[in-house]
Design a protein around this ligand. Structure first.
Ligand code: ATP
Ligand code: MG
Length: 399
C-alpha cells in the first residue's frame, strides 16, 4: 500500500532569526488544531519544514491538503511517498508509478537528494544518478536539466523511511495566526470587510468581528448573512468571536439631532467608539475595516481623517490601496464573494444622506456630534451587544 506524508515548507518564518522557534511553535499548534478532527497525525520539524504524518489508514489525504492550504505561515506543501529505506525501494515501480502524475506532462527534470540520515550507505550523487536513470528508462520523453527543470524530484532519507516527491502546491503564505496580536474587524455584509479580515489574519493577527445592526430597518436575514461571512472567513482566520451591536437607537438619534450631510461620518465615529470599548474588554489592540481610498463618500481622505479623530487605537485598512476589482478577486479566491452579494440591506444604507459631505471639517463634525449626548446610548449598546463564536470548519449558518 502506498503511504503518503505532507511536507509543509515555511514562508517568512524561515527568515526569522532568534524568534523563529516561537513562530514555528504557534504554526504547529495551529496545524494540529485544524487536523485534529481528521484523525491522528505525527509531526516533526526539520530545516524550515513541518512533516505531517497521517497515522490512521482512513484519513482522507485530500481533506488534509485542503486544511493545510489555509494555514497561514506555510508557503509550499508537497505530498510525498513514503518508501523503505533501501535503494531497491527508492528505485521501485511503486516510486515510478507515484511520480508519473508529475512527470507525464513535463519535458525536463532533475533529482535532488537530502540525507538527514548520514549513515545511509549511498551518497546523494549516487541516489540522484540511479533514480534519474530509472526515470529516463520509464519516461523516455524526458531529459535532464539541472538548471531549470520543469519538475524537481526530491528524495529525502530520514531516520526510519525515505520520502520521494515531485508535486508542490502553494500554501496560504503569511504568518501564523496569533503571532501578531489581536484585532477587531468591523464586519458588514459587503465584499470588502471579509477580505480585510482575511488580509490581516494572513499577517498573523487573531481576528474578532463586530457587526452593527439596525432592526427593524435591517432584517434577521441581513444579520445571518454577516454571520455566514464570519463562518466563511473562520476557515482561514480560525475561530471568530462575533459581537453584534444593536445600533438602531443611535442611528435614529443621529438622524434627529445632527445635520443630514454629516450623518454617515458621525455614525462611523460612533461605530468606532463602540468597537473600541469592545476591544478593551477583549484585549484587541486595533480596529480593521474594509475601506478603500475614495471608494465612497465616507472613504475620502477627509472623511477618514474625521473618523480616525474618534479613535484611540490604530485603524488598519488593508484594502486601502486596492481597486474594487482586486478586492473582488480576493473575495472570490477565499469564497466569500457569493455570500457578500446576497441582496440584504446594511444599517449604513438605511439612513444614507442624499448629499454626504466628502470634505468634512473635523471641528464641525465634533461640534455636531457633541450637540447631543450620545454617551448613555453608547453605553447601552455596549451592554446589549450579543456575543457568539463561529468555529473554524463548522457549518451552522444557513441562509
Ligand atoms: P463593505 O464592502 O465591507 O461593506 P463598503 O464598500 O460597503 O464596505 P461602507 O459601507 O462605507 O463600505 O463601510 C466601510 C467599512 O465600515 C466596511 O468595510 C466595514 O469595515 C465597516 N462597516 C460598515 N458597515 C458596517 C456594519 N453594519 N457593521 C460593522 N462594520 C461596518
Ligand atoms: Mg458596506
Amino acid at each position: 500500500m502506498m503511504k503518503e506524508i505532507f511536507l509543509c515548507k515555511y514562508g517568512e518564518i524561515a527568515l526569522k532569526g532568534l524568534n523563529k522557534s516561537t513562530f514555528e511553535s504557534v504554526m504547529v499548534k495551529n496545524v494540529k488544531r485544524r487536523l485534529r478532527r481528521l484523525g491522528s497525525f505525527d509531526y516533526w520539524r526539520a530545516q524550515s519544514t513541518l512533516y505531517v504524518y497521517p497515522l490512521d489508514a482512513e484519513i482522507d489525504m485530500d481533506d488534509v491538503m485542503d486544511e493545510l492550504k489555509r494555514v497561514f505561515g506555510i508557503a509550499k506543501i508537497c505530498r510525498s511517498l513514503e518508501v523503505e529505506k533501501s535503494m531497491e525501494s527508492i528505485l521501485s515501480d511503486t516510486t515510478l508509478d507515484y511520480l508519473a502524475e508529475a512527470l507525464d506532462d513535463a519535458s525536463t527534470f532533475k533529482v535532488e537528494a537530502k540525507r538527514a540520515d548520514k549513515k545511509f550507505p549511498y551518497k546523494s550523487p549516487e541516489i540522484c544518478a540511479s533514480l534519474g536513470g530509472k526515470i529516463l528508462e520509464r519516461f523516455p520523453h524526458l531529459s535532464v536539466d539541472v538548471h531549470e527543470p520543469d519538475i524537481t524530484v526530491t528524495v529525502e532519507i530520514r531516520e526510519k523511511y525515505a520520502f520521494v516527491n515531485a508535486l508542490r502546491i502553494d500554501g496560504a503564505g503569511g504568518l501564523p495566526i496569533g503571532t501578531s496580536g489581536r484585532g477587531m474587524l468591523l464586519l458588514s455584509g459587503g465584499i470588502d470587510s471579509p477580505v480585510a479580515g482575511y488580509m490581516m489574519a494572513k499577517r498573523g493577527v487573531q481576528i474578532q468581528a463586530i457587526h452593527f445592526e439596525a432592526p427593524p430597518y435591517t432584517s434577521e436575514r441581513a444579520r445571518m448573512k454577516v454571520e455566514k461571512l464570519a463562518e466563511e472567513i473562520a476557515l482561514y482566520c480560525g475561530d471568530i468571536a462575533f459581537h453584534c451591536v444593536p445600533f438602531t437607537d443611535i442611528q435614529v438619534a443621529i438622524k434627529e439631532n445632527c445635520p443630514e450631510e454629516l450623518f454617515t461620518i458621525i455614525m462611523r465615529r460612533l461605530m468606532m467608539e463602540i468597537a473600541q470599548r469592545i476591544c478593551e474588554k477583549e484585549n484587541c489592540s486595533c480596529l480593521i475595516t474594509g475601506e478603500s481610498m475614495g471608494q465612497v463618500a465616507s472613504q475620502t481622505m477627509g472623511a477618514i481623517v474625521c473618523t480616525d479623530a474618534a479613535c484611540r487605537i490604530p485603524v488598519f485598512r488593508p484594502c486601502i490601496g486596492l481597486d474594487k476589482s482586486e478586492i473582488v478577486k480576493i473575495a472570490r479566491d477565499i469564497n466569500t464573494f457569493d455570500t457578500s452579494i446576497l441582496p440584504y440591506e446594511d444599517c449604513c444604507t438605511v439612513f444614507t444622506p442624499k448629499h454626504p459631505k466628502t470634505r468634512p471639517i473635523p471641528a464641525d463634525v465634533e461640534k455636531a456630534q457633541n450637540s447631543f449626548d450620545f454617551e448613555p446610548m453608547i453605553a447601552e449598546a455596549v451592554v446589549k451587544t450579543v456575543f457568539k463564536i463561529f468555529r473554524c470548519g463548522e457549518n451552522t449558518v444557513n441562509i
